[in-house]
Design a protein around this ligand. Sequence first.
Ligand code: SF4
Length: 268
Amino acid sequence: MLDPAFKFSQHSLSDFVDCPRRFYLRYVAKQAWPLVETDPLGLDPFQRQLYLWRGTVLHRWIERHWLGVPAAASDDPELNLWWVRFQNTDFSDLPAQRLPELALVAALDERLLYARFDLLAVEDGRAIIIDWKTLRGERAPRYQVFAERLQTRIYLYVLATASAAYNDGVPFAPEQIRMRYWLANFPDAPWVEVPYSEEQYARDREWLQQLIADVTRREGEAQFEMTPDERKCAYCTYRTLCRRTEAQAQPPQSDQWIDIEAITELDY
Ligand code: SF4
């Protein structure tokens, strides 16, 4: 059912964890559906698109910064605020070689696992993945949320498996790598850093093997069931197709935060 060359990613596995049917519709059936995602914190579609645009432009400006190309100007105040915060952040502790928008693919048994890092900084004996986050919410998430995030586990696993080209022909050891989230909206605590270890690497390998085996054992649409948690349908683009238009979102909590980023084909 699934193309053997399919590259699993944080986005596709996150969809599968949320709802197997969403994974089927998006990655197997490649079903386009003309419904916008609704916003958990109540932004109207225009505001949401504007927020996505800001995040995308910020990522491009930061990429250009690391490539030594001047960023373009904007008259958008929030985008400019994020950019000033980025420029005022001290990155001097990062490893010397800075590689923006770097994609790596790791083999996992018979399957492939893909990650595209906003920035990978490497030097002899250490490597840090940096991810630029424009999270919205009243408070930044707790450390544990970042440490357990599917993105964190997949990115660190991929780097520890497939980084030989950046470390003299041998992948970095888990203890030599970390993942840092830079938070555009929380200047008082602008980053969170998650270390890695051999033990966590082994746990992640086993977890990913089981997760991917759960996807690939399924044959046919009927085996990709709908999530029983209808709250997940409230924001999903397929909710009319699944006839779950009545799904109710939970009211936003004061400690809720939202991560919205434009996802392109490249991120799959
Ligand atoms: S609407 Fe609900 S059941 Fe349908 S794909 Fe989306 S999350 Fe899954």
